[in-house]
Design a binder for this molecule. Sequence first.
Ligand code: MG
Length: 175
Amino acid sequence: MTELFVRSASLRNATLRALERRGVSLVEIAELTYFLQKDYVGGLTRELCLQNVEHVLAKREVQNAILTGIELDVLAESGRLSEPLQSMLRSDESLYGVDEVLALSILNIYGSIGYTNYGYIDKLKYGCLAGLNDKSTGRVHCFLDDLVGAVAAAAASRLAHRHRSEMETDLDDEE
Ligand code: MG
């Protein structure tokens, strides 16, 4: 019998493998999250950032976005897309914009603070985002740079929301 649904575990594994194959580690994504939140969350550790990145990556919407984007990057890298899409992805055409729209499907999950963080880190090209934006390598990361920035920003939002709830609980306890 044909299986009509993809199992969560296989989707999760495929996502982690795809990121790894494209040279992005979860530790690097967590580093972006740390950079975004270190001034706002007292005592923040890289380990806590990593845990939040893992939570974001456990969501099916996020896995779907990552697998779709990476697949298109890989196809463009090996010249297997039709024109004009092939050229737009290979040159990372600035008016293409679908890479950013796909990244929004990740940011949507954690609310508006994610958009600010994403915009900020995308502009700075901090950490591993610099390498993903290096056009001289011959690699195509049209989608991956936005997806990685969005996962880091979503993890930062998750952290910020949880930090706020913890602070409010502490205040309630004092009252
Ligand atoms: Mg892009």
